[in-house]
Structure formats: structure tokens, C-alpha cells
Write a protein that binds this ligand. Sequence first.
Ligand SMILES: Cc1cc2nc3c(=O)[nH]c(=O)nc-3n(C[C@H](O)[C@H](O)[C@H](O)COP(=O)(O)O)c2cc1C
Length: 199
Amino acid sequence: MTTTVAIAYHSGYGHTARQARAVAAGVDSVPGARADLRDVSVLDEALWQALAGADAIIFGTPTYMGSQSAIFQAFAEASVKVWSEMGWRDKIGAGFTNSAGVNGDKLNTLTSLALFGAQHGMHWATLGLPPGWLYTSGGSPQDLNRLGGFLGAMAQSPSDLGPDAAPMESDLRTAEHLGRRVAATAAQFARGRHERAVA
Ligand SMILES: Cc1cc2nc3c(=O)[nH]c(=O)nc-3n(C[C@H](O)[C@H](O)[C@H](O)COP(=O)(O)O)c2cc1C
């Protein structure tokens, strides 16, 4: 039984795409799980079919002007047809974002993604990591979850570095963690549904 985790993301300049690939690597590291990376700037039938068939959907967007990008929001609004049929209800949902500021108002973006998932009746998976780096005086920027998010995975890319150099490695490991966690959670849900069906 393969667990499919779709990663539905937008990236204007490539940084969030790099984070999305790290999420996918985390998914693919779980035995029996398969990541399906989908760029939501192309709203075609293949996208909607892939999302309909996924056990979990992880949403990703850069933080632009303190929230999700306009292109991600266009995708969210276009999902109203799926919403009207509750097509994603009971799937696992999760989110990630990347921005230039250390804070940069990323939490507002993650909150918005979680509400989006809630409107679709999804079960929201959190990051599930303690905060790293400045949370204790002995922390390091190399810590997992160095940006201290809980609702999803955060990454930070200095505005003068290209996607070849940012986000930094610890943020990419944090993104991998989210992918692994969602894949494991989706597999648990799928097994539970299967056992209920055969009981
Ligand atoms: C229109 C626009 C708005 C932005 N707003 C924010 C913001 O509110 N907070 C922040 O920290 N960075 C902001 N940034 C910086 C981006 O989040 C950052 O460059 C990010 O790495 C871009 O990701 P991408 O390459 O996937 O598009 C903004 C960038 C643009 C182009």
C-alpha cells in the first residue's frame, strides 16, 4: 500500500522550490511513501487529479507582504470547486513557508495555510519539533527548527542570496522532517481506514 503525499507549492524565485524539494526528500525517505511535487502556478486538470488522489497534501508558499503569494492564493481560490464537494476532507494537510526576514511574518502565512486546510476539512499535521537556536543560550543556527515554528516548517533566505545558496541547510533539514512526519501520519491514517474497512 503506497502512501502518496502531494506537495502543492508556489515559488517566485526558486527558494521555496528548494524547500519543497527538501520536503519531498523527507517524504521519499519513509518506506512505502511517495512524494508528488506540484507547482500550483499551473492550474490544470493534472494538478487537480494529483491532489484528489493524494493521501496528504503539504502546501508551500513564499511569504509575500506578510501572507501567501498571490499565485498561491489564486490556487486556493480555484480550489473552491473541490471545496464544494469536500473533495479533500479527511486528507492530512500541512504547510511550509520561506521568507527573507528571520521573522518576516511567516506565522501569518502558516496560519493562513492551516485555515485553508481547515476549510477543506483536512486534518492539520504540525511540525512536532522543539524550537532550536536562540530558544536556549547554547543553541546554534544549525539546529533543527532554528526559526522556532510549530504550525509548519519555516525557512529563511537572505534577499541577496540565490536559491543555490538559500535556505540554509538546517532549514532544509527542518523541511525534510515535515515531509517525513506527514508521510508517517498519512500511512497511519491509511492503515486505520483499511483495518476498519476489513473489520
Ligand atoms: C512581493 C514580495 C513580498 C515579500 N514580502 C516579504 C515579507 O512580507 N516578509 C519577508 O520576510 N520577506 C518578504 N519577501 C522576500 C521573500 O519572501 C523571499 O525573497 C523569498 O525567499 C522568496 O521566495 P521564492 O524565491 O520562493 O519566491 C517578499 C518578496 C517579494 C517579491
